[in-house]
Design a protein. Structure first.
Length: 398
């Protein structure tokens, strides 16, 4: 179950896993969503998912939520579903609760971030929902450690890394065509520093990226800064770039459909986040053979080999971020070698097959012990969970 069809991190990974399961596993796969909207629809239809039931909610505490949960539970019973696997906060809450109501034998929740994305109320309700699940899939060991620090049982948490298909970042356009396609300045000798991150919340810390850009521009006058991503903070960030004197150098590209082309002309790629789970952007950078400078948050250190495929810096320290980028811009030979090493790591460690193998082993193991695990969960939670759920959901939305 996924929230929607927009090609964001969780949805993209869920779609890739679904494709792998359909094409290369013995499992019969169904998909459901909360909102049937977004640009992944065509990709899902290509793998045979032509009818995906949706369960839109006005709010979690609206009276219609109970009706949607019952509708979802009836569907699960009708299809005789053995496993429900959810992929983010809202599908965890809705999907795992509905699966528990339907007595689905195996219920798998997911966690793809550490801090910065949940309120205390959200943590509270998700903690209760995790008790209804038999396993929690995380996409980095750092996320696993975070959940253990919150009191969750480590043996119930499974690390399965994001997967990546290098073909997605392989451009077949000429450099001249790319500049025209992306509407970028094509002056000779320009060096491009790129960040691919949404602008919905401050957690991506574009402010630090722009502060670093100001310092980089002073040391490397031919540097230009490509910001791919959209969100409610975009105009505010554009104004901040102007305050820093980067009105011409900071290039806001919006929601970029041509990431492969952008990365192919980038000299250094950056992620300045304050918090992450396991960044898809980092895998895209490495898959495109670009050197990476990223903040040491979430699972970044599980992908980037310090000094070999890029550099890790503390979050919210633009001076250090700028220094590492400048170092790479001044040594393009080393930067190129880092990019090549990064590509090799992606091809060895973060393949769809590796993701599929670990997921299948988890499914098999949980199905084999489904009877005792389901009984234990029922004893722990009891029927009081359904009675407590409306109040917890209401607190989530406050």
């Amino acid at each position: 179950m996924i929230d929607n069809f927009w090609a964001a991190g969780s949805e993209r990974q869920a779609a890739q896993l679904t494709r792998s399961l359909i094409e290369n596993s013995r499992y019969e796969v169904f998909m459901a969503c909360m909102k049937a909207e977004g640009n992944l629809g065509q990709e899902l239809r290509e793998i045979g998912l032509t009818e995906i039931p949706s369960f839109p909610l006005k709010t979690f505490y609206h009276p219609s939520t109970a009706a949607q949960l019952n509708r979802f539970a009836r569907l699960l019973r009708k299809l005789r579903i053995d496993i429900v696997h959810t992929h983010d906060l809202y599908t965890n809450i809705f999907g795992i609760t509905g699966a528990w109501m339907a007595r689905v034998p195996v219920r798998i929740a997911s966690r793809r971030d550490t801090t910065g994305c949940r309120t205390p109320s959200q943590e509270l309700i998700e903690r209760q929902v995790y008790k209804l699940s038999h396993s929690i899939v995380v996409n980095a060991d750092m996320v696993r450690k975070h959940l253990v620090s919150l009191g969750h049982q480590g043996e119930r948490i499974e690390t399965i890394y994001n997967s990546f298909v290098p073909e997605r970042v392989r451009s077949r356009h000429t450099r001249e065509d790319i500049f025209r396609l992306l509407k970028l300045p094509a002056e000779n000798g320009l060096q491009f520093i790129t960040i691919v991150a949404n602008m919905h919340k401050p957690v991506k810390d574009h402010v630090s990226f722009l502060r670093a850009a100001q310092q980089i521009r002073q040391a490397v006058p031919n540097a230009r800064f490509a910001l791919a991503g959209d969100g409610q903070l975009r105009e505010e960030l554009r104004g901040f770039a102007k305050e820093l004197g980067l009105e011409k150098e900071a290039l806001f590209l919006g929601s970029c459909e041509n990431v492969a082309e952008l990365l192919s002309i980038s000299d250094v790629c950056v992620l300045s986040s304050l918090a992450e789970g396991f960044s898809n952007s980092i895998l895209e950078y490495m898959g495109a053979e670009r050197p990476v400078v990223a903040t040491r948050v979430g699972g970044a250190a599980e992908a980037i080999v310090e000094g070999e495929t890029g550099f890790l810096v503390p979050p919210a320290q633009p001076d250090l971020l700028a220094a590492r980028v400048i170092e790479l811009l001044r040594d393009p030979e080393r930067a190129n070698e880092m990019g090549r090493r990064g590509r090799r790591i992606v091809e060895q460690k973060f393949t769809p097959q590796a993701q599929l193998d670990k997921t299948e082993r988890l499914y098999d193991r949980l199905l084999n012990r489904a009877g005792s695990a389901a009984l234990q969960t029922q004893k722990v939670m009891g029927n009081g969970m359904l009675l407590a759920l409306p109040g917890l959901i209401e607190s989530l939305m406050q």
